[in-house]
Design a protein around this ligand. Structure first.
Ligand code: TMP
Length: 209
């Protein structure tokens, strides 16, 4: 039996790390052990590519160089981690996946969706996440949270308008497919957020079993 593929998405400062942990725990309570991974990254090669993507450099990165680096990391991740795990029947919980490319490179940078779709279809075939949870917040609040952490990486240094486009792209994708996507408002207390997450996960697990 093929495992299920869950992805967690959102702009900066939405609290993905805390919520990945919460989702993993919730699945474990239902007797489901999952492989937790992230993009860009998730493999040794992918983590090296991640460093290239996040590092600030005096030479600005071309939008297509960025796009291809992201998909290079994804190719390795799919081949070495995601597909083998799903094939063994394991569940995979991934912190960001191709929706982030549509949001950041598509919405943020202005790369046409059709170009992203070519690479998505080439590498993934018909593999798509079974459930995508988008943690949503006004980027102004999200960025203020990121600022508290200090040092900004290459993406975090973008202007507010960039993150507003990222958010709009995520929300447009969610609106176009209400079966796969769930949007969770994270401008609330952790208790409220996790109560929503629990409800969505429990419903998903019931349908999967
Ligand atoms: P993280 O902050 O969630 O670890 O992700 C690192 C950055 O990578 C984040 O700013 C978003 C960016 N990113 C893209 O621009 N496109 C992608 O496809 C992915 C997976 C991440």
């Amino acid at each position: 039996m093929q495992g299920k593929f869950i992805t967690l998405e959102g702009s900066e400062g939405v609290g993905k790390t805390t919520n990945v942990e919460f989702i993993k725990e919730r699945l474990a309570q239902s007797g489901i052990e999952c492989v937790v991974t992230r993009e860009p990254g998730g493999t040794s090669l992918g983590e090296k590519i991640r460093s290239l993507l996040l590092a600030r450099d005096s030479e600005s990165m071309d939008d297509y160089a960025e796009l291809l680096l992201i998909f290079a990391a994804r190719a390795q991740h799919l081949a070495r981690v995601i597909k083998p795990a799903l094939g063994r029947g394991q569940w995979v919980l991934c912190d960001r996946f191709t929706d982030a490319t549509y949001a950041y490179q598509g919405g943020g940078r202005g790369v046409p969706d059709a170009s992203i779709a070519v690479l998505e279809n080439l590498l993934q075939g018909d593999l798509r996440p079974d459930l995508t949870i988008i943690l949503d917040i006004d980027p102004e609040i999200g960025l203020a949270r990121v600022k508290e952490r200090g040092e900004f990486d290459r993406f975090e240094r973008e202007q507010l308008e960039f993150f507003q486009r990222v958010r709009s792209a995520y929300l447009a994708r969610a609106a176009a497919d209400t079966r796969r996507y769930r949007v969770v408002n994270v401008a609330r207390t952790l208790t409220e957020i996790q109560s929503d997450l629990r409800r969505e996960l429990d419903q998903f697990i019931r349908r999967a079993q």
